[in-house]
Design a binder for this molecule. Structure first.
Ligand code: TRP
Length: 431
């Protein structure tokens, strides 16, 4: 029976802040829908180690983790069907971060947008380039690579701003694979261009940093009040209104069907009063949110239940992470000392640039072979054999790294040591 290949999707949610309508429309809702696609495995986790990079208020981290977990579950994520866990419950992730750190060029991290932005800001202010830059911020991409590579994820649904991080995860995976063998899947960023960018109260992108958000599960009265505060122009009731550039219209559209959107477009043209349009928007949002709010509030008031769900999720994720980190530890040489030592990493690397044999006949009628390294340098040359079969046998023995069997008929190339020859043969034998 052939198994259809499963595509693994994985995404992290940094646990700072309270989920807002922009997060819901841009990330939570599409992710919950995506998690139901057949032929996929889906990993969603609360990136609380990442949160520590941005936030040094313990109570906020805890509160945000609670809120985000409750939000995703309330929005319909089924923890029995997906992997839903908290990053800091997976001890293998910081462990993998270190293994990856050791194969990551510092120069790669120097080029990370977020780090560079901090440096540029400092330079512009005439400060030390690294002022207020923690090593955590600098290392952010490596931690993120560990999140992704740990679960061999193929597709990483992220916003545009995160694409560079996924590319770095690929680079880091490639470095590791090159040094230690093919352990990691190379991930790809999946940017969904069709997902709506939700404007906030002031018309700019809804974002915590602009302080223009509507929290997803704020009490209805607050949502109503905030909607009343959405910027509009000064057109009076009865005057036709433009949908282009109307934050109110765009937010409505993100929640409404085609048909409903068409109706509001018509109402704009017919000169609906802003107050009435805001009422329509409130009702439309509330219709979608109200059933979720009940589930959300129940979870928020039962944090022990949330804790239990996350721990069960961590257990499921660790069933993958624990054996994988064991494999990786072995690959880099963190091994049981009593176990047989394999080829060294260096010898393994030579797999990709192998020495080769050349067999030929000289004018003296005898048969010879040479061993050349990947760059064509002469490592060793044989003395003459009476037949090509004899020469071939010697080559075969050398390919088994059985140097002793043919030592007498070998001359080392200029400047080549016995050890170098042995290493080349071991690399060949390991393939
Ligand atoms: N850096 C991501 C963000 O700020 C969050 C994140 C952490 C993440 N680890 C991840 C996203 C792994 C995707 C995959 O949005």
């Amino acid at each position: 029976m052939t198994r259809t290949p499963v595509t693994r999707y994985l995404t992290g949610i940094t646990t700072t802040g309270t989920p807002h309508l922009g997060n819901y429309v841009g990330a939570i809702r599409p992710a919950v829908q995506a998690s139901r696609r057949p032929g996929t495995e889906n990993f969603y986790f609360l990136a609380d180690y990442h949160a520590l990079i941005k936030c040094d208020e313990p109570a906020r981290i805890q509160q945000s983790t609670r809120e985000i977990a409750a939000c995703w579950l309330a929005a319909g994520l089924d923890p029995d069907k997906v992997f839903f866990y908290r990053q800091s419950d997976i001890a293998e992730i910081p462990e993998l971060t270190w293994l990856l750190t050791c194969v990551t060029g510092k120069g790669l991290l120097n080029r990370a947008h977020a780090y560079k932005a901090s440096v540029d800001k400092n330079l512009a202010a005439g400060s030390d380039p690294d002022a207020d830059v923690t090593a955590g911020l600098f290392m952010y991409p490596v931690l993120m690579a560990a999140d992704i590579l740990m679960f061999k994820a193929h597709q990483i649904p992220v916003g545009r701003d995160q694409v560079q991080h996924i590319e770095m995860a690929r680079d880091i995976a490639q470095s590791f694979n090159h040094l230690y063998g093919q352990h990691f899947v190379l991930p790809e960023a999946a940017v969904d261009e069709s997902v709506a960018m939700l404007p906030g109260l002031d018309g700019r992108k809804m974002s915590k940093s602009y302080d223009n958000i509507i929290p997803l599960f704020a009490p209805p009265a607050q949502i109503r009040r905030q909607i009343a505060g959405i910027v509009t122009d000064s057109r009076a009731p009865g005057e036709p209104k433009a949908v282009e550039g109307s934050a109110l219209f765009q937010i409505f559209q993100a929640f409404a069907s085609e048909e409903e959107t068409q109706q509001l477009r018509q109402a704009y043209a017919d000169g609906i009063a802003w107050g009435d349009a805001k009422q329509l928007l409130f009702e439309r949002i509330d219709r979608e949110i109200a059933p979720m709010r009940e589930r959300h509030d129940a979870l928020i008031s039962d944090p022990a239940k949330l804790e239990q769900i996350l721990r069960a999720g961590a257990e499921k994720a660790r069933a993958i992470a624990t054996p994988f980190i064991a494999e990786l530890r072995h690959a880099v040489g963190l091994r049981n000392l009593a176990a047989q030592a394999g080829p060294t990493a260096k010898q393994k690397v030579q797999k990709t640039a192998l020495p080769s044999f050349k067999q030929y006949r000289e004018t003296d009628g005898r048969h010879y072979f040479k061993l050349l390294d990947a760059g064509g340098r002469l490592l060793a040359q044989s003395t003459g054999f009476p037949s090509p079969q004899d020469a071939g046998r010697a080559v075969a023995q050398l390919k088994e790294a059985n140097l002793a069997a043919v030592e007498a008929s070998l001359q080392l190339g200029a400047g080549v040591t016995q050890d170098e020859l042995a290493a080349a043969l071991t690399a060949l034998a390991a393939t």
